[in-house]
Design a protein. Structure first.
Length: 131
């Protein structure tokens, strides 16, 4: 049952990310310095590789969160959501800000990506405690 919960949590976080980044695509692409064509879409944006890699990475995060939750006795929806939001806000987002700062990229990019990391980790925590 653990594998199913990890895949379900990763899928929910990935789906949320699709909606989140579609809603914020223009400011995110501008902040990330993504070159866009006349149609407003990224140049060289046809490769599925970033999507595959990101899903694999989300599965890894969900798997480790499940392991940590099991060891910590996090087994209710409220605890799962709170813990997931904590992971996103206090573990993942600071790392995003560190990378953004050292790469001299716009802080708006860190805010957008950190917002996704926090919300997605919260979703993962919530879904993991459903099973």
């Amino acid at each position: 049952m653990g594998f199913v919960s990890v895949i379900a949590a990763a899928t929910a976080a990935f789906a949320f990310g699709a909606a989140y980044y579609m809603a914020l695509s223009k400011p995110w692409m501008a902040a990330a310095g993504i070159e866009v064509g006349e149609d407003g879409r990224p140049v060289n944006g046809g490769s599925p590789t970033p999507y595959i890699v990101s899903f694999i990475c989300i599965v890894l995060v969900a798997g480790m969160m499940r392991h940590t939750f099991a060891l910590s006795g996090i087994n209710t929806l409220a605890k799962g959501l709170q813990s997931g939001l904590g992971v996103g806000l206090f573990f993942i987002t600071p790392w995003i800000f560190i990378n953004t700062g050292y790469s001299n990229r716009p802080w708006k990019l860190a805010v957008i990506d950190g917002g996704y990391a926090t919300a997605a980790a919260g979703i993962i925590g919530l879904v993991l405690t459903l099973f």
